[in-house]
Design a protein around this ligand. Structure first.
Ligand code: HEM
Ligand code: HEM
Length: 153
């Protein structure tokens, strides 16, 4: 692979993931609003329902799911192309765990749509865990960016 291309590839995943962190935060906001709508008094509900928070959360959530799967395997592909191996460290393992969490959370949607409250609680629990891990992932991710930046030739 030409060096310039390899060098730029290193920064595609970090940029994509910072964007994804912002989008995930927005998705969390929409999910919380969806819950507010569902549990509001009939009076408050009239105003909240116009925001269509539930369906907007579903749409943004689907994009977050897709980008996270692509971003995780993309990160692994770039690391492998550059080094001929993967580094089994916190960033790789937490990244894989996050992708499992969001896939499991998304698999509960059919139950949630049938009104299953336990599935709803698990969905929220898995995804709040996901958001916490995401912050940690940004820290270890920037440490890797630093390492690549300082060792460039
Ligand atoms: C960024 C991570 C996510 C967070 C923090 C999150 C959070 C939430 C919250 C707080 C609710 C409301 C639960 C309630 O009403 O008690 C919810 C509902 C829901 N979520 Fe998520 N979620 C995330 C990702 C996703 C993904 C990836 C999908 C689908 C691909 C999804 C689809 C849904 C659906 C369909 C509902 C039901 C909405 C409704 O009541 O109409 N979410 N989520
Ligand atoms: C938020 C900011 C993030 C930054 C700055 C970041 C940065 C990086 C960097 C610089 C690499 C090395 C790529 C290379 O060798 O060129 C990497 C690898 C990787 N990233 Fe991220 N990342 C972030 C978020 C995430 C997230 C959210 C996930 C998964 C959910 C993830 C999963 C991975 C994986 C699986 C690898 C391969 C690791 C290895 O084999 O050592 N990253 N990341």
């Amino acid at each position: 692979m030409p060096d310039a291309l390899a060098f730029n590839l290193n920064f595609l995943h970090p940029l994509m993931m910072w964007g994804l962190l912002a989008l995930s935060g927005y998705s969390m906001f929409l999910g919380i609003k969806a819950k507010k709508t569902r549990t509001a008094t009939p009076e408050e509900r009239k105003a909240l329902i116009k925001g269509q928070y539930g369906s907007r959360h579903f749409q943004i959530g689907s994009i977050v799911l897709a980008v996270m799967v692509l971003g995780t395997f993309g990160g692994m592909a770039v690391t492998y192309l550059n080094n001929g191996k993967l580094f089994v460290g916190p960033h790789l393992l937490v990244g894989i765990a996050m992708t499992c969490l969001i896939a499991l959370a998304a698999s509960l949607i059919p139950l949630i749509q049938k009104g299953n409250l336990i599935a709803r609680k698990i969905h929220v629990g898995l995804n709040m865990g996901l958001m916490t891990l995401f912050l940690w992932q940004a820290v270890t991710g920037m440490q890797i960016v630093n390492k690549i930046w300082t060792s460039r030739s």
